[in-house]
Design a protein around this ligand. Structure first.
Ligand SMILES: Nc1ncnc2c1ncn2[C@@H]1O[C@H](COP(=O)(O)OP(=O)(O)OP(=O)(O)O)[C@@H](O)[C@H]1O
Ligand SMILES: [Mg+2]
Length: 318
């Protein structure tokens, strides 16, 4: 088995409203999978099905080889779940909070002290062990909540917006922690509505919108698939030059399309969809320099996720 979470055509309706409209996910074992989508896309609903908290209206799902419909106890043992809300245990001390959850997982009293110390060490809250939970900052609460999901040493972590509401520094800390957990051999399935947040840490992503999975795969694969062509942006003095550039490059092999974009303070830019390698790109710039068009810029756009997402949603990729 090379995937540890799999869903097959999941549907979920609330009355006549269809929150999930056929979600088929595959989360490879050992991956950090970012489940990305805007508010209301269906992320939490999917996670609640995977954690056996709610049943799908149609479809099936498996976690660590167990069906979420038929083998709920085994699924629960295999996962650590961090819900999107912190919960209501705020009259506990930090260590008591973890001790309580460890007890819920039937971890013997004699083992719990060392376990709680290890978990606090891992999420860097050792120095706050005697503090009341409600005195912690939001970032610390998120880390404590993450520690709680680890109490029974699950193989799979399902984390609902672990970085939401955090400042940039706390987001980085959570990201580093996810990386560390992946190094410990855990598979991490987490949601976010910020694409930029997942790009650095994830090996895989799935983008969900209005109850449907638009696209999924490894980040490298997706970049290749979606951005097979390179995107070159050429900046010139004015619109006239831009037209000259467009007609010149259109004659060049490997140029799939060229369009004029965003004229700015008199200047104009041409976006070129280029299918060639570095040598051919060199030849293209050579051609332009030899023409009598004054170039102000010749840049290759970065292939970042945000960009990729815009291409998908602009319908450039099907
Ligand atoms: N118990 C429920 N009853 C009715 N509608 C619900 C229920 N739970 C979720 N929904 C609806 O289903 C849709 C998907 O909700 P869900 O919470 O899964 O989205 P989400 O992707 O997690 O969004 P967010 O980014 O806001 O957390 C939303 O339109 C929501 O209003
Ligand atoms: Mg949600």
């Amino acid at each position: 088995m090379d995937w540890i979470i799999k869903t097959d055509d999941l549907h979920k309706s609330f009355g006549s409203f269809e929150a999930l409209r056929g979600i088929s996910l595959e989360v490879p074992t050992g991956s950090i999978y970012g489940f990305v989508g805007p508010n209301g896309a269906g992320k939490t609903t999917t996670m609640r099905i995977l954690t056996t908290l709610t049943r799908p209206s149609e479809g099936q799902a498996w976690v660590a080889g167990h069906s979420v419909l038929e083998d709920r106890r085994a699924v629960r043992r295999a996962i650590g779940y961090m819900p999107d809300e912190f919960g209501v245990y705020e009259d506990l001390r930090v260590w008591e909070y973890l001790d309580f959850f460890a007890a819920c997982y039937d971890i013997p009293e004699g083992d719990r002290k060392a376990l709680v110390a290890d978990l606090l060490e891992l999420v860097d809250l050792h120095h706050r062990r005697e503090d009341m939970v409600d005195k912690l900052s939001r970032g610390m609460k998120q880390r404590l909540s993450l520690a709680r999901t680890l109490a029974h040493d699950p193989d799979v972590l399902i984390l609902d917006e672990p970085a939401s509401g955090l400042d940039p520094r706390a987001r980085v800390e959570i990201r580093e922690l996810l990386g560390e957990l992946a190094n410990m051999g855990k598979t991490i399935f987490f949601s976010s509505h910020i694409l930029a947040d997942v790009e650095d840490v994830c090996s895989h992503i799935g983008i969900v919108e209005a109850g449907e999975l638009i696209i999924q795969g490894s980040i490298d694969e997706l970049k290749l698939q979606l951005m097979a062509n390179r995107e070159i942006v050429i900046t010139v003095m004015n619109h006239e030059y831009a037209e000259a550039v467009t007609s010149l490059v259109s004659e060049i092999r490997k140029v799939d399309a060229a369009e004029i974009i965003t004229p700015k303070n008199g200047r104009a830019r041409v976006r070129v969809d280029f299918a060639g390698n570095d040598e051919e790109l060199g030849a293209l710039s050579q051609r332009l320099f030899e023409s009598n068009i004054t170039l102000l810029g010749f840049n290759e756009e970065e292939k970042d996720l945000e960009h990729m997402f815009m291409r998908v949603t602009r319908g450039l990729v099907t």
